[in-house]
Ligand binder design. Structure first.
Ligand SMILES: CC(C)(COP(=O)(O)OP(=O)(O)OC[C@H]1O[C@@H](n2cnc3c(N)ncnc32)[C@H](O)[C@@H]1OP(=O)(O)O)[C@@H](O)C(=O)NCCC(=O)NCCS
Length: 177
C-alpha cells in the first residue's frame, strides 16, 4: 500500500466526500441493510456531509488524490441534522466514518479515529459518543467504545437501525492522578 496522506477536509472536497459516503454505504455497509434502507439513507443524507465539512472537523486519508476514508467530529448537539443529541460541552459526537470499498481492514478508520479522539481531547471533551451503523460495532468495540443501546434513525419513513456507543476519553489521565 502507498503511503496515504492525512489532512483536514476542505470545502473543495464536497464531491469527493459525497462519493466516498455513497461508495462506503453501497459497497460496505449495504451488507447489513436492505436495499430500501440503503436507498433511504442516501436520499435523506444527500448533501449533509458537504454542508458540514468545516463545522464537522472532518479528516481524510487520500491515496494519490483519491479520498479513501474520512472521519469527523463536532461538539455534541452542535449540528442540527438527523442526529438529535442534547448539547453537552464535555462530549463530542463522532460522525461520518467511511472507508471506501476495497480499502477496509487496513487500519484506515482506526488511524482516523485516533486523530478524531486526539482533537476531542484537545477540545476538552471527556467522552466521545456515536451512532454505529450495523456492521461497524465490532470496529468501535475494538477501539474501546461500549454499547449504550439500540437506536433507529427515521430516514423519510424508513427505519435505519444502529447502536448508540460511547467511550470515555480521559480514563488514562484519571488513573494517573
Ligand atoms: C466500519 C468501518 C469504518 C471500519 O473501517 P476499517 O478501516 O475497515 O477499520 P480498521 O481496518 O481500522 O479496523 C480496525 C480494527 O477494528 C476491528 N474491525 C474493523 N472492521 C471489522 C469488522 N467488519 N468485523 C470485525 N472487526 C472489525 C478489527 O479489530 C480491526 O483490526 P484488524 O483488522 O487488525 O483485526 C468500515 O467497515 C466502513 O466504512 N463501513 C461502512 C460505513 C460504516 O459503517 N461507517 C461507520 C458509521 S457509524
Amino acid at each position: 500500500m502507498n503511503e496515504l496522506d492525512l489532512r483536514r477536509a476542505v470545502a473543495g472536497d464536497g464531491d469527493a466526500l459525497e462519493d466516498l459516503q455513497r461508495n462506503s454505504i453501497t459497497g460496505v455497509a449495504a451488507a447489513h441493510y436492505s436495499r430500501a434502507q440503503v436507498a433511504a439513507f442516501l436520499r435523506c443524507t444527500a448533501g449533509a456531509l458537504r454542508a458540514h465539512i468545516e463545522r464537522a472537523n472532518i479528516w481524510v486519508l487520500t491515496d494519490r488524490g483519491l479520498v479513501v476514508a474520512c472521519a469527523g467530529w463536532h461538539p455534541a448537539g452542535a449540528l442540527a441534522d438527523h442526529i438529535a443529541a442534547p448539547v453537552d460541552p464535555r462530549a463530542v459526537e463522532v460522525r461520518s466514518v467511511y472507508v471506501r470499498s476495497g480499502w477496509t481492514r487496513r487500519g484506515l478508520a482506526a488511524r482516523l479515529l485516533d486523530r478524531v479522539e486526539e482533537d476531542a481531547r484537545a477540545f476538552g471533551a471527556d467522552r466521545a459518543d456515536l451512532h454505529a451503523m450495523r456492521g461497524s460495532e465490532p470496529f468501535y468495540a475494538a477501539r474501546g467504545y461500549a454499547a449504550l443501546g439500540d437506536m433507529s434513525f427515521n430516514m423519510g419513513g424508513v427505519p435505519f437501525p444502529g447502536l448508540r456507543m460511547t467511550k470515555p476519553l480521559r480514563a488514562a489521565e484519571r488513573l494517573t492522578l
